[in-house]
Design a protein around this ligand. Structure first.
Ligand code: ZN
Ligand code: ZN
Ligand code: ZN
Length: 455
């Protein structure tokens, strides 16, 4: 699937409606425009009274005609991990999949769902993609002497290899993996690529910051006059968009001497950028080393061998202990940020954080109030008294509302309140614009949408 889920699902519906000659065009982004009176945010976000009355132009059709179309859905599957001798191990793996499912219905329901999707999802989605792209391009083009832009991503793990068994052995559990966190840093007059390597598979906020600590101190040494850091994150790593990540973000760089920070998120599903290319380049180089007859049995050897190579990519090694040492600084409770998935920019100034739905640099180096930034207070990092010693409160007996809907919740249990009864279920997918898809255990059917609190 080369499109994101939002684009792919609406395209599939548009193709079917176009096939049945219900709509006159299947170019979905043009159809969004046909529902708006201007390309302003207010119109595309459907906050304009004129746009509200606009409907999709359709030809005469029989609404009762039966049809089917495809939908991509996030899904969670439990898989038993097998041991080498074939016996089943006790560990079950939770696998996140995107599956294509056939949906059946009438042309009427298809058209209803489609126009709802155009209005509620695609418009905002397309607007966000374009806005973030433009805002970040202008940021990079107008960088000042004291600014650094760091575009980051977690590359897919590298599977460690032995040169003698590339072809012969089916890669099994015996192969260790190395995780690669990559980035490209831009200053006014310079560009540098970075990649940190670790044997730890952790990709959560503690791991992100163990990796970033190496990179940020390197950048601070290389560009001593830099004091403003703009992070741009790629890809669907929702760990970047979590309150734990924001907690570290408000504290760690400040201690290193960075004075002002922004974190900018590219729209989900449209974030393939330069950092992704660094991961691919590092993996290619590692494959070349193996092809030359060298073994890369683990992350440390991979790192050592990569360092021997002539390369413009700056490499760092992150010990698993570096990641664990981050854990102790995490407070047991952090303020929940409503609507975390809608956040596209976080701004930190003197350990105070604010966030907004879109990035803006219109008044740089000063702040602007565009897109209504909201303040969040976080506790301050204390080197002498790590806060994490307090245990998490036991909430297992109380049902709690999910106010902070994010992809990190996928595969987690939740309770669905349906018609006054409570049903247990597992969250299959979350949708930034709507709610969560929950697979429940009982009477209300296999799949049930419920709306989470509007943030
Ligand atoms: Zn998309
Ligand atoms: Zn309008
Ligand atoms: Zn602005």
């Amino acid at each position: 699937m080369c499109l994101c889920k939002t684009h792919a699902n609406l395209q599939s519906m548009a193709d079917k409606l176009f096939y049945h000659k219900v709509i006159k065009s299947s170019i979905i982004e043009n159809l969004v425009e046909s529902l708006c009176c201007s390309s302003n945010k207010q119109c595309i976000y459907r906050e304009c009274a004129v746009c509200e009355r606009k409907t999709l132009e359709v030809s005469d059709f029989d609404p009762g005609t039966h049809t089917s179309w495809y939908e991509w859905k996030g899904k969670v599957e439990e898989r038993k991990k097998k041991k080498k001798d074939g016996t089943e191990e006790k560990i079950t793996l939770t696998v996140h999949l995107t599956v294509k499912e056939k949906v059946e219905g009438t042309l009427h329901t298809l058209l209803e769902d489609f126009s709802m999707g155009l209005k509620e999802k695609l418009g905002k989605h397309v607007y966000n993609i374009r806005h973030q792209y433009t805002a970040l391009r202008s940021l990079k083009e107008n960088l000042r002497e004291d600014e650094v832009v760091l575009h980051i991503d977690f590359a897919e793990n590298f599977l460690c290899k032995y040169s003698s068994e590339i072809q012969a052995v089916h890669f099994g559990d015996s192969h260790k993996q190395a995780s690669l966190h990559t980035g490209v840093a831009y200053t006014k007059n310079d560009i540098v690529s970075v990649c940190s390597v670790s044997s730890s598979f952790r990709h959560g906020p503690c791991a992100i910051w163990a990796h970033l600590c190496k990179v940020l101190s390197f950048l601070k040494k290389k560009y001593p006059s830099a004091s403003v850091l703009h992070i741009v994150s790629d890809g669907p790593t929702t760990q970047y968009r979590s309150k734990k990540n924001f907690y570290y973000f408000t504290n760690i760089p400040y201690q290193m001497g960075w004075k002002k920070l922004t974190w900018n998120f590219l729209e989900a599903g449209h974030g393939k950028g330069p950092a992704d290319g660094i991961g691919a380049a590092v993996k290619r180089r590692a494959d070349d080393i193996v092809a030359q007859g060298k073994d890369l049995p683990n992350a440390q050897v991979l790192f050592d061998e990569l360092q021997q190579q002539k390369s413009s990519i700056e490499l760092f090694y992150v010990e698993p202990e570096d990641i664990e040492s981050m854990d102790v600084h995490m407070p047991s409770e952090l303020q929940t940020i409503r609507g975390t998935m809608k956040i596209h920019q976080v701004i930190v100034w003197k350990c105070q954080m604010s966030w907004r739905v879109l990035s803006c640099f219109c008044s740089a180096p000063h702040d602007c109030k565009c897109f209504h930034p909201e303040m969040v207070m976080f506790p301050t990092w204390n080197e002498d008294f790590p806060l994490a010693s307090a245990s998490l409160p036991d909430t297992s007996n109380n049902l709690q509302h999910i106010v902070d809907l994010h992809e990190g919740l996928i595969a987690q249990w939740c309770a669905v309140n349906y018609d006054g009864d409570v049903y247990p279920g597992i969250i299959q997918d979350v949708d930034v614009y709507g709610g969560a898809l929950v697979k429940t255990m009982s009477r209300i059917g296999q799949n049930c949408f419920f709306l989470a609190t509007k943030g």
